[in-house]
Write a protein that binds this ligand. Structure first.
Ligand code: ZN
Length: 310
């Protein structure tokens, strides 16, 4: 069965250690992969996710020690939401306060309870109580008891001036369909994908254009099972939407193409293969610094300049 939906979300962060502590400790995600920014190997690229880093659970960061804060605006991701069991909202409201994280009063949105808060760089996050999510696997090796643990992404909310062209791409190329409307938002759903299956398009004409920086989502990646599926999506983008993607790039754990969608958000199409467990065992994911073959020769120098995490 074809699985559509979000593959990963990548954002920009400030200091690496603060980012690492927040996502592994406060939110209890698994640190799935520690590698470097292939385009700037003196800085990290962090991957957080569930036990094996399944597509739909992966949040990644480029931490820059001296990043200036971003300014949210149209053409950007407004909020990134995770799934938790419906009965865990109270646990999380207390946990966030315990960790010094200010959260908003839980709100109801599309019939669900949403607990919104920000990460240390101001990135907008939410935990959404989902009926039945307790039956889905959660990471049991973290600080959060498994019954309350995050179950991958719920979805992302994109802030757009005009939802139409973005909706057309999500439905025609990425397998989404309109599910519901509420206020200024349109909810799109990717079939019966268990997690990472929602994109909300929020029309916010009053917002100025954003400026990327710490706390900004850099791009949202959508799933393609393999290379032929990705090629098919690239062809549909060209034929039906006159959009050209980049050449395919090998990201070691998936293979990617990129394009800017008409609303201004940077989209990626990432393959489900090969995944995160091909270069280290699942049991020890995220412990060793992994480098692409071309950078191994520079390992000593790279390790020397990367900030310490503990
Ligand atoms: Zn990406």
């Amino acid at each position: 069965m074809t699985q559509n939906g979000i593959h990963h979300v990548t954002a920009i962060a400030g200091p690496a250690r603060r980012n690492f502590d927040f996502y592994t400790r406060a939110l209890g995600l698994r640190f799935v992969k520690k590698t470097v920014n292939f385009d700037d190997p003196g800085t990290y690229h962090f991957y957080y996710g569930d036990e094996t880093g399944r597509p739909g659970s992966i949040l990644t960061f480029f931490p820059w020690e001296h990043a200036s804060p971003g300014q949210l605006g149209v053409g950007e991701t407004f909020e990134t939401a995770f799934r938790i069991p419906e009965g865990s909202i109270g646990y999380w409201a207390h946990r966030l306060l315990d960790k010094g994280v200010v959260h908003e009063t839980p709100r109801r949105s599309f019939g669900e309870t949403v607990l919104a808060f920000r990460d240390p760089d101001g990135m907008r996050l939410a935990l959404v109580g989902v009926p039945g999510a307790e039956a889905e696997p959660g990471w049991s090796g973290g600080e959060v008891p498994v019954e309350h643990a995050i179950r991958g992404f719920h979805g992302v909310t994109l802030l757009l001036r005009d939802a139409g062209p973005t909706q057309a791409i999500l439905t025609d190329v990425f397998g989404f369909a309109e599910d519901a409307r509420e206020d200024a938002a349109i909810r799109l759903k990717a079939g019966d994908t268990a997690f990472g299956g929602l994109v909300d398009l929020r029309v916010g004409g009053g917002f100025p254009r954003g400026r990327q920086g710490a706390g900004s989502v850099h791009h949202v990646a959508f799933r393609a099972a393999d290379d032929p599926t990705q090629e098919d999506m690239v062809r549909r983008l060209a034929e039906n939407h006159r959009i050209t993607t980049t050449e395919q790039r090998d990201r070691n754990y998936f293979r990617s193409v990129y394009f800017r969608e008409p609303g201004g958000v940077l989209f990626e199409i990432a393959t489900d293969v090969p995944g995160f467990a091909w270069d280290e065992p699942v049991a020890s994911l995220g412990q060793a610094l992994k480098l692409p073959a071309g950078l191994e020769a520079h390992r000593a120098r790279i390790e020397e300049v990367l900030p310490a995490l503990a």
